[in-house]
Write a protein that binds this ligand. Sequence first.
Ligand SMILES: NC(=O)c1ccc[n+]([C@@H]2O[C@H](COP(=O)([O-])OP(=O)(O)OC[C@H]3O[C@@H](n4cnc5c(N)ncnc54)[C@H](OP(=O)(O)O)[C@@H]3O)[C@@H](O)[C@H]2O)c1
Length: 323
Amino acid sequence: MAASVQVPKLKLNDGREIPAIALGTYLGFDANGIIRSENHQLRDIVTRAIDLGFRHFDTSPVYHTEGEIGEGVAGKMSAGVVQRGDVFVTTKLWNTHHRREQVPVALRESLKNLDMNYVDLYLMHWPIGVNEDYSNNDVDFMETWRGLEDVQRLGLAKSIGVSNFNQSQLQRLLNESSIKPAVLQIEVHTQMVQAPLVSFAQSQGLVVMGYSPFGSLVERFGAPKPSSQPLLEELAAKYQKTPAQVVLRWLVDRNIIPMPKTVNSKRLQENINIFDFQLEKEDIEKINGLDTGLRFTLPSFWQDHLYYPFEKVENPIPSPFGK
Ligand SMILES: NC(=O)c1ccc[n+]([C@@H]2O[C@H](COP(=O)([O-])OP(=O)(O)OC[C@H]3O[C@@H](n4cnc5c(N)ncnc54)[C@H](OP(=O)(O)O)[C@@H]3O)[C@@H](O)[C@H]2O)c1
């Protein structure tokens, strides 16, 4: 059996610590909607991930993976391998629950799914609020943030933060919040380097989590076929690692928490085996140079929403949520 990797931790602005890599658990979508775990595949991957040293799991109620994360963690707790305090669970508030009084209700539902009595980190998934029928509403994300402050005070979430906020939205949140956000989770990969937003967030004391870390190294629904990236191959040969490991290390070396998703045991091991090397500064700069500003998560069907965080496109895609 492979040895367990000791994953370093970053300090949050609320005094807590967060493991420097997370396992992503969004299984993607197909013509039938969001892909669900079958035959406890995700529970088994979480179990294996804990054996390999992963201590941080990223989920959301819309991924339908909270239940199996809870099962995997509970199994390892009863086997005496970890205690609840050794594991860091991040989940998110979905857009249909943006009114202040809906926030504790939504989090309690997530906790029920996880079979836990607190989460380590609760993120507002988007600054965008929608009604149950997915029509837009104009609930101010500051109202929603008050709800996140409430759940932290109640002890249901140890730390709170946001995802998919742009810089001016984050600035407003910093100006008007009673409790500062501890984390910003955004898309970061070699086509979406996000240098200005990452340095702004870090300069304000937030820890940045980077989603979809592999960018176009891997096949993505609706995106061009993965392209070979000669620079990453060259660096992989130089550091005796794989291109995937080089990319994950590039994030770690920028103090960004990568959150690679895999349901494959071999790739799980590959993805955590990144704490025994470091990229030279000039190699980090070279990778930064691959930036093309290409987003894979671009919910342009929400682009007329008051709080849509990204640039608008000419032909928005249809909503997978109905309206
Ligand atoms: N906040 C947000 O709005 C938001 C949005 C998107 C994602 N996220 C979070 O971020 C996580 C990761 O993002 P993501 O799932 O979009 O993309 P990702 O982790 O960049 O890519 C996942 C893909 O890479 C493959 N893969 C994993 N390890 C590999 C390796 N070492 N070599 C080659 N291929 C590898 C996986 O296939 P296999 O499973 O077959 O290995 C899967 O197809 C999500 O799971 C979710 O937790 C958050």
